[in-house]
Ligand binder design. Sequence first.
Ligand code: PFF
Length: 457
Amino acid sequence: MAEKNKREMFSTGFAVFFATLGSAVGLGNIWKFPYLIGTNGGGAFLLVYLLCVILVGIPIMACEFYIGRKSRKNAVGAFKKLDAAKGWKTIGFMGTATAFLIAFFYSCVAGWVYSYVFKAIKGDFVGVTSSTASTKFMSTLVGPLSPIVWQFIVLGIVSIILIAGVKNGIERITKTLMPVLFILIIICAVRSLTLPGASQGLNFLFHVDFSQLTGPVILAALGLAFFKLSLGMGTMITYGSYFTTDNNMIATSAKVAISDSLISILAGIAIFPAVFSFGLKPSEGPGLLFMTIPLVFSKIPFGSILLVAFFFLSAIAATTALISMVQVPVAYFTEEKGMGRTKAVLFTTSIMMVVGILATLSAHPTSALANIHIIGERGFFDSFDYLSSNILLPIGGLLIAVYVGYFTKKEDFKLELSNQGTLNNALVLDVIYVFIKFVSPFLLIIVFLNSIGIFKF
Ligand code: PFF
């Protein structure tokens, strides 16, 4: 089969940017970012999150692009190709495992989003109030069958797109629809800002209260930065491997990180003023997005149509992010294990479907699975999330930074990231290199030591 060996590439720099943004922008922006800000006390968390994006996220994204494009391989094969002798390919194996862990719960939340598209089309949110908004969210979690059916539909669609190929599938969807989602979030943010009592929400989001900053809060902000930018698990290595040779990868890293953070902050501005205005609690948890957005759109002319559009585009953003996640094991199975693409996709998504059921059922408050604790007090859903975002992604990121900072020649790094000297960015590269070598790993180690209680800030 020719499909096995042929490596596809993104066609232009524009496509590279949108595909990468399509991986970064997803449920992380509209679902996870607001709910974590809500449960971790607001502005202080936001500040630490943004610092993590700048000091750790951008340098590590540049490292992943470097590894991916230089090797033109999947997350495991890349390390073999660049550095056959040492055990660095463990990063790739860990990343492949992490892709599964994230997909287990991510596909569940994507299923809720898909189901909201249909609820919105059916007019379920007409005349919604804060109490009916919560009831509707709860009824989405209770199936037991329907949330699982939605989860399967999500993974089925992801499989179809992936079987169609990297270029046809991912490129076309991301570059046309991302800007529309952006506009809808802006509309929603503007309306939310003009609700009575909106300023309380803004205050919550932007007022920095340093007393909120505990070790677990900082670790959660760091984990979110990795999750948001799809870092630490080889996704950006895999995507980097499809980049064009003339792409300015440092610029791409910065542009993706900035655009992504902007979208998250806008989502925060769309949600928090409404939370306060409608008398909900910011610490509502994973249901925050699903409870507030229907309320905001209920106050906008043509809101019921815009609500359908909002959840539809969010479903697309979730799908493109999921595609990049599933692509990590798929690239590994096709390139390292010789599987055909179709078989690799179906194998990967079937595992995600089966184990993903555990996440979906454990999120359902009255199911038997809801009371099974895996890590501390966390059930399956939260444990998959905690283990991947707060532990495995930062460890993966640390190893990637150490690999590039200490086990790669600086000249190789500079040559690849300056496109063989054709870009005039030597100074930027020197600065980024200092971050990779000293700043990012150091910060990651401090946050870890703090969170496991070795010392306190
Ligand atoms: N960055 C995505 C989001 O914020 O929704 C989530 C994600 C996608 C994480 C792909 C990891 C990944 F490989």
